[in-house]
Design a protein around this ligand. Sequence first.
Ligand code: PMM
Length: 279
Amino acid sequence: MGVLGSPATLIMGVLNVTPDSFSDGGRFEATDAAISHAHRLVAKGADIVDVGGESTRPGAERVAPAEELERVLPVIRALSQEGVVVSVDTMRSTTAQACVAAGASIINDVSGGLADPDMAAVVAAADVDYVAMHWRAHSTTMDSRDRYDDVVREVRDELSARVDALTSAGVRDERIILDPGLGFSKVADSNWPLLANMTEWSGGRRVLIGASRKRFLGAVVTRPGMDAGDPARRDHATTAVTALAAQAGAWAVRVHDARASSDAVRVVSAWQNALDTTR
Ligand code: PMM
C-alpha cells in the first residue's frame, strides 16, 4: 500500500480527441478512431481512459464549447456503455456536466476550477471524483507564469486554496484528487521538486501525476545531436517517472504509453510485496 492511498497506482490512458490526433477523415471517423485507440489503451493496461477535446499544450488556443463537446461526447458515451472507466479532461462545467450524464465518472480539470466559476457547483451536484490540477493561466500565457520562490510551498498553498473553494461549494473532500500540473506554468526545473516532494503538497489526498512526454523530461534525456522536440523520445523517461511515482504512492499516472507504465507499476508492486513479506 502506497503512502498516498491506493493499493497499486492506476493507469490513466490519454485520449486526445483533437484535430491533430484523429480527425483526418471527418467527425465520424474521428470518433471511431478515438474509440479504437481507447480499446488499445485498455488492452495495454489502462484502468481509466481520459478523454479530452481541447489541447492544453503551451501556446494552444481555446476551442469553442460546442466543438469541444461534439468531439468528446460520442466517445465518452460509447466507452461508458462498454464499461470502460472514463474521465473527461475539461475546464468547462457545461462539458463536464454533459459528460457525466453520458457516463464519465471522473472530471479532470486542468484549471482546478479556476477557468470556470460554475465548475465547483457542477462537481458538487454530480458527486464524482474530481482532479484539481495546479494551474495559473491558459495555455497561451502559462509559460510566463513560471515564477516561484519555493515551488513546493506555492503549489501546496495554491492547491489548498482550490480545495477550500471546492469544499465550500459542497464538493466532498474525499472526491478531490490533486495534481501538481507538470509543465503548466512550470518550465524544466520547477517540475522536479514537485515530483520529489509529493507528500508535502498533497496533504494526504490522492495524487495524479501527468508527466508523460512532457518537455521537462526531454530536457533531461536529450543527448547532443538528438532532436529535443520529439515527444515520443520521452517515453522511457515517462516510464521511469511512473515507477518512482508508484513507489511514492501516487494514486494514478496519466500516460500515453499505457503498456510501459502498467508494466512499471507491476514491477513496483512485486518489489513492495517482497518487502512486506520478507520483513
Ligand atoms: N496534462 C495535459 C492534459 N491534461 N490533466 C491532468 N490532470 N494532468 C496533466 O498533467 C495533464 C492533464 C497535457 O498533456 P497532453 O497534451 O500530452 O495531453
